[in-house]
Design a protein around this ligand. Structure first.
Ligand SMILES: C[S@@+](CC[C@H](N)C(=O)[O-])C[C@H]1O[C@@H](n2cnc3c(N)ncnc32)[C@H](O)[C@@H]1O
Length: 349
């Protein structure tokens, strides 16, 4: 298990004591709020913990020393780079802390899980190695909860979260199946640094490995469950989008499709693949879902569930060039069960 800097744990515990709450919005909503705050000298500085660790606003020293205890501030600043001081004397946090589970009330009782924090990159997340966490993550966890009923009563031995980012899916699966061996895979080394921090905060047992898709777990047929919320925004040579969002060709469907095709090959018999992803829907064919067509025809797999989770996600992206014939991005959740053993397809033709 990777080392977790204790400064993250002390800070999270301090934030919990202060009843800190932040639910991570879309980058567009966060930009709107930050722009508004920046438009006036009286509002551009942090005055609360949420301003500093949620909205990623700068703070002046005299405020920061009031918001944080001296010990937590020292540890966050000196022994790690959670908080940085700039030449003009202002301070910024390199990370945001967001509440992982949204509050649910059932039978009049609030779900206690909603107080868990999740650490991810500060706003704006323009850098290629930014560690993603956002509205998709919340929807993804909800879908995992729902899809849990497809898991057989026998405990899954190996669970993989491919494109794990800061670890939400992997950590969730580890909490739901504490005796399983759970691995999170991502190619962003920064994500792999934050994964262990988030696992420690949530009490999950997850191994995080640097991997281009499944490269680090190349053995076929020994994974019981694969979960994924991969990048799914259209990307091309002319239009750069950050790695955490870039789904590649086919208007962003290429990467999600590879995850399913290559994942089914790696699943044990009766294993499950649970994927949450976005699908470009052409405006000329508003009822046609190209991902659903592929899932229905997937070799050696049975489609157990397919659900529209959001009919019109990332509407601002649809205005970009790569989406000229797209009316909306439909976010879906799919569950597939491996129906027969497969041989790895030959890379030679
Ligand atoms: C949209 S983020 C989702 C993160 C996480 N699953 C969540 O729900 O918050 C997609 C993640 O996929 C990772 N990624 C992109 N291409 C990848 C690849 N070829 N192999 C492994 N990870 C990849 C990115 O680094 C990023 O962390």
């Amino acid at each position: 298990m990777a080392d977790v800097h204790p400064a993250f744990l002390s800070l999270a515990s301090y934030l919990a004591d202060q009843n800190y709450t932040f639910v991570c919005p879309t980058p567009e909503s966060q930009t709107r709020v930050v722009d508004k705050r920046n438009s006036s000298a009286t509002t551009r500085w942090s005055t609360t913990l949420e301003d500093f660790f949620g909205w990623s606003l700068p703070a002046k020293k005299e405020i920061l020393t009031k918001l944080l205890s001296a010990a937590v501030l020292r540890e966050s600043q000196e022994t790690s780079t959670i908080i940085r001081e700039f030449k003009d004397g202002s301070f910024k946090s390199d990370f945001r802390f967001s509440n992982l589970y949204l509050p649910h009330i059932s039978n009049g009782e609030t779900d206690e899980q909603n107080s868990l924090y999740y650490v991810h990159s500060a706003h704006p997340t323009k850098a290629d190695d930014a560690v993603f966490f956002g509205p998709d993550t919340y929807f993804f966890l909800d879908f995992l909860n729902r899809a849990n009923r497809h898991l057989s009563s026998t405990r899954p031995r190996r669970i993989i979260d491919v494109c794990c980012g800061s670890g939400a899916g992997a950590i969730h699966m580890s909490r739901a199946h504490p005796n399983s061996n759970v691995v999170g895979l991502d190619l962003n080394p920064k994500a792999l640094q934050l994964g262990p921090v988030n696992a420690a905060l949530a009490g999950g047992r997850v191994e995080f490995l640097e991997s281009d898709l499944y490269a680090a777990v190349d053995q076929l047929g020994d994974i019981d469950v694969i979960v994924s919320n991969p990048p799914y925004i259209a990307s091309s040579e002319d239009e750069k989008v950050p790695i955490y969002a870039a789904g590649g060709a086919q208007q962003g469907l290429a990467l999600p499709l590879r995850i399913v095709e290559e994942g089914i090959e790696r699943l044990a018999k009766d294993g499950l693949l649970i994927i949450y992803t976005g699908v470009p829907i052409a405006y000329q064919r508003p009822g046609h879902d190209p991902f659903l067509e592929q899932m229905k025809g997937m070799k050696n797999a049975e489609l157990m569930e397919y659900r529209i989770i959001h009919p019109d996600m990332w509407a601002e992206d649809v205005a970009r060039g790569a989406y000229t014939d797209v009316g909306r991005i439909q976010v879906v959740g799919a569950v597939l069960r491996k129906s027969a053993s497969t041989k790895r397809r030959s890379t030679h033709s």
